[in-house]
Ligand binder design. Structure first.
Ligand code: BT5
Length: 270
């Protein structure tokens, strides 16, 4: 910590209308991973604390995949949440994040799709990923770290040859720089709006509505990856609990839990 906000704090404050999300901020010029830092401080910090960095040296995706996080160009942040939840329901937090980001992008004029459960897709490529982690005690969650990486102002040269085939940035799409502080405020506002009914009443209605409306998978033929096996299926729906409903070629239907599988398009990533 201890460096000036390169993100514009004044602009963030001006646009932030939350009660507790993003009201306490740990800001880093450079860090290994905001999720790791979030886990270190979660016990002592209030709900809604934001850990944000200009750059991550070891940004991570799911299953220890890497997440490239070049300096000053993206939004790389984690939010500490403390819902009263069983560990097997934590995937719902990822869906809240996905729906909120898609809503925030809509407000800045960018049409996005949600690739269940944790990717945001614009013009067929990934612009954002979510990594939700948790700390538990017995069968209750102590804290949840909702980690979000948004490719805001990255340029083509920030991606390597492999990544550019499936990833892009808002700047590449919009053809102009995007104000990171305003976008961050909008994302945090939407997260809180969707999180409060979930925390207070367990309601995920609006989140699921958005995830279904913007789903890039519903109606598609996909490959379901489980370890080394790959099965073809058609995505039918997302249910009220946020599970993906699929139908295999033999007609059998299944409810898929997030975290269990990876879903890929018939040919490529989507
Ligand atoms: C994700 O994993 O999409 C979750 C990414 C979460 C990143 C945030 S940043 C703040 C917080 N702190 C962290 O350390 N992480 C979180 P997954 O679905 O497993 O996707 C990972 C895959 O996305 C990689 O294997 C790459 O193929 C690709 N990838 C890596 N960097 C990318 C980027 N910047 N944009 C788009 N795709 C990327």
């Amino acid at each position: 910590m201890g460096c000036d906000f390169v993100l514009d704090k004044g602009s963030l404050d001006k646009h932030l209308i939350t009660e507790f999300i993003g009201r306490s901020i740990e800001y880093y010029d450079s860090i290994s991973s905001t999720n790791n830092r979030g886990k270190e401080i979660a016990d002592e910090r209030q709900e809604g604390t934001l850990v944000i960095a200009e750059e991550q040296i070891q940004g991570k995706g799911r299953l220890s995949r890497r997440w490239i996080s070049p300096k000053g160009k993206g939004l790389w942040f984690s939010i500490i949440l403390k819902p009263d939840l069983k560990p097997d329901k934590v995937y719902k937090i990822t869906l809240i994040g996905a729906a909120a980001i898609s809503e925030a992008l809509k407000e800045i004029g960018i049409k996005s799709y949600i690739k269940w459960p944790n990717d945001i897709i614009v013009e067929g490529k990934k612009v954002c990923g979510i990594l939700t982690e948790m700390g538990c005690e017995k069968d209750r969650v102590k804290y949840v770290i909702m980690g979000i990486g948004i490719n805001v102002n990255l340029e083509e040269e920030d991606f390597d040859d492999e990544l550019i085939k499936k990833a892009t940035s808002l700047r590449i799409i919009a053809g102009k720089e995007i104000d990171r502080s305003i976008l961050l405020a909008k994302v945090l506002n939407h997260i809180e709006k969707l999180y409060i009914p979930f925390k207070e009443k367990g309601s995920l209605d609006e989140t699921i509505r958005i995830c279904k409306e913007r789903s890039i998978l519903i109606g598609k033929e996909v490959r379901i990856l489980r370890g080394n096996t790959e099965t073809l299926a058609k995505v039918l729906d997302i249910d009220d609990e946020g599970h993906l409903l699929v139908q295999y070629e033999d007609g059998k239907k299944e409810k898929i839990l997030s975290g269990e599988v990876s879903v890929r398009g018939r040919e490529g990533y989507i």
